[in-house]
Design a protein around this ligand. Structure first.
Ligand code: F6R
Length: 611
């Protein structure tokens, strides 16, 4: 997804911008560019290149070619117009006086472009962003802020903007609406960025811009104002993420590092919340009356976070007896959802910036739902717009394919289900105790799974050259299969689908032929016999079966399946948290053996901030 970095200070800007942009590469992008104020020429210098950031950096000799102490940089993930040098950001106005970097989408750009064209303004790119640069110049009469203000009143959509003007060489203007933008406060220098990772080397003092806010950065400070252009005081907070946490830490890929970090991430997420035999949510509470009168729970999310919701539905309904609907963020606002003030809406998002999830959140709020979000990125848009937030505390997740965010979301949602059940009186005390004990065992058991990763590597070496792989399971194992299948297809590019095992005979079984690989998930002991009969069905049609089950069932499963992956037994509530780890490792090793770009799979972005 697009990334923004801006710098104004006393050092050379271009190397700082390029280094900052390199920290954002993990977000996924297809081109990059920078604009700086070239004091000698008295004009803006803009350089852009399609492809990896390295291409741009090589062209600029690491930034040495541009002599300037103020500039903005961008990594672009194409929305309007194909990836190309011309369509990359910064986009500039016709005279070259205004340069703009932009994350988001200007929804009414076609209408505005038509207006400007009718006034004789020529356009060179296919982007919506060029409209912003051209419109600022159109309104500009020597007062940049006034021109920006007029543009903001006309553009619709989502935007984080960094703006440079050749007439104002000692400032950067920043604007935010529905797309994240962060201010960085340094010594004699200041920054803007869409992601704090890009500026952590320079400062840990940041301010999160709110929707409608505008900021003017100079070397001496940052002035902020609201949408009415009235001055406001921005709260400056200190970011305590270590830079190391955002680096690969010796592993070949961020994804592998993040898989291995899961026990630690779970400890961070769970330990402060389980104290003296009770669940303690210091960061959150729900009124007892509200809980008692809750009629429905909605879980809203996209991708892997949605899969967390699919598992969560089983747990929440089993434990609380409250009906749970799970909806895709992208569908929710179009399906006329039944939400009222007795509906708890649980919004799940790693990034906290997924646009579809955010739109669903707003729709749920409009309908009167109470919004509780489960989010990883602190201070993200979804976190800030929710009534309440439970942070997963998984630390920065860099690989595009989520791993530690998934397991921490799932653990936290499961803990929430148990907490609600306790408050509702729908869980016997003895069961509550044994479930709570399982949460405490979870990180150690996960370490055990990770320590046996060679077993999974072996299965990956057996099956990595398959063209198509199916996952099947029932109940929580079905929900787990959805995630296992997504993980595999997104990073290895192998075609893969997940089915509820019982659906096999309703159509899917026609796909099974000699050698077809089916990953049969059977961690849930209550349905082991049913799972076995599906394994037999697949085998009878010539398919190969790689099973996943709990250790006590291994021998039985091995009598029929071609290979068996195992996890230690644990309470049903936490089986998917453990069970997903062999599936993550399987996907990882398969992708590795196929030579795929694991951390940055093609066409994918870490944070999807467009519809
Ligand atoms: C898959 C993956 C995506 C995300 C989805 C939602 O590995 O990472 O499917 O889960 O884009 O993102 P968040 O959780 O940031 O809202």
């Amino acid at each position: 997804m697009c990334g923004i970095v801006g710098y104004i200070g006393r050092e050379q800007a271009a190397p700082i911008l390029l280094e900052g942009l390199s920290r954002l590469e993990y977000r996924g992008y297809d081109s990059a560019g920078v604009a700086v104020f070239d004091a000698q020429a008295g004009a803006l210098a803009v350089r852009k290149a399609k492809g990896r950031l390295q291409v741009l950096s090589d062209q600029l000799h690491g930034g040495a070619d541009l002599d300037s102490t103020v500039g903005v940089g961008h990594t672009r993930w194409a929305t309007h117009g194909a990836p190309s040098d011309i369509n990359s950001h910064p986009q500039v106005s016709r005279s070259g006086k205004i340069a703009v970097v932009h994350n988001g989408i200007i929804e009414n750009y076609a209408e505005l472009k038509g207006f400007l064209q009718s006034k004789g303004v020529p356009f060179v790119s296919e982007t919506d962003t060029e409209v912003v640069a051209q419109l600022i110049e159109y309104f500009y009469d020597g007062d940049l802020l006034a021109a920006v203000g007029r543009v903001l009143r006309r553009i619709q959509g989502a935007y984080a903007l960094g703006i440079l003007c050749a007439d104002c060489p000692d400032q950067i203007v920043a604007v935010r609406k529905d797309s994240p933008l962060i201010l960085g406060y340094g010594e004699g220098c200041n920054f803007i960025t869409s992601d704090v990772t890009a500026i952590l080397r320079h400062t840990r003092s940041v301010g999160y811009m709110e929707d409608g806010e505008l900021a003017v950065l100079t070397r001496e400070g940052i002035r902020c104002c609201n949408h009415l252009m009235q001055p406001i005081e921005k709260e400056i907070v200190t970011v305590d993420w270590e830079m190391d946490a955002a680096e690969k830490g010796g592993y070949e890929h961020f994804m592998f590092k993040e898989i291995m970090e899961q026990p630690e991430a779970l400890r961070r997420c769970l330990s402060p919340r389980i104290r003296e035999g009770e669940i303690v949510f210091e960061d959150f509470s729900l009124d007892q009356d509200y809980i008692k009168n809750m009629r429905r729970i909605y879980i809203v999310a996209c991708g892997s976070s949605y899969h967390v919701g699919m598992v969560g539905k089983y747990h929440l309904e089993r434990l609380t007896r409250i009906p749970v609907e799970v909806a895709l963020g992208s569908e929710f606002r179009y399906m006329d959802p039944i939400v009222d003030d007795h509906t708890l809406v649980i919004v799940i998002s790693q990034s906290g910036e997924t646009l579809d999830t955010m739109a669903a959140l707003r729709e749920a709020r409009r309908l009167g739902g109470h919004i509780l979000s489960i989010v990883n990125v602190v201070g993200s848009s979804i976190a800030r717009e929710s009534d309440q937030v439970l942070y997963t505390w998984a630390g920065p997740e860099i690989a595009v394919a989520t791993t530690k965010a998934y397991t921490t979301q799932l653990a936290l949602l499961s803990l929430l289900a148990l907490w609600l059940a306790k408050r509702l009186g729908t869980v016997p005390e003895e069961d509550f105790r044994s479930m709570l004990a399982a949460f405490q065992e979870l990180p150690d058991k996960m370490e055990e799974v990770l320590s046996r990763r060679e077993d999974i590597q072996y299965f990956a070496s057996r099956y990595f050259n398959h063209d198509s792989i199916f996952f099947m399971g029932r109940n929580i194992d079905y929900a787990l299969g959805l995630e296992g299948s997504l993980k595999l297809k997104e990073i290895s590019y192998i075609h893969s689908e997940a089915y509820a095992s019982g659906e096999l005979k309703h159509g899917t079984i026609s796909l099974i032929e000699d050698g077809t690989l089916v990953v049969a998930l059977s961690t849930y002991s209550g349905l082991f016999a049913k799972a076995m009969s599906n394994v037999v069905e697949v085998k009878a049609r010539g398919g190969s079966v790689l099973a996943l089950t709990v250790e006590p069932r291994k021998a039985e499963m091995a009598q029929t399946a071609d290979g068996v992956m195992t996890i230690p037994d644990i309470h049903n509530l936490l089986l998917p948290c453990l069970g997903v780890v062999p599936l993550q490792l399987f996907a990882y090793y398969v992708a590795l053996m196929r030579g795929c770009d694991i951390d940055k799979p093609r066409n994918l972005a870490k944070s999807v901030t467009v519809e």
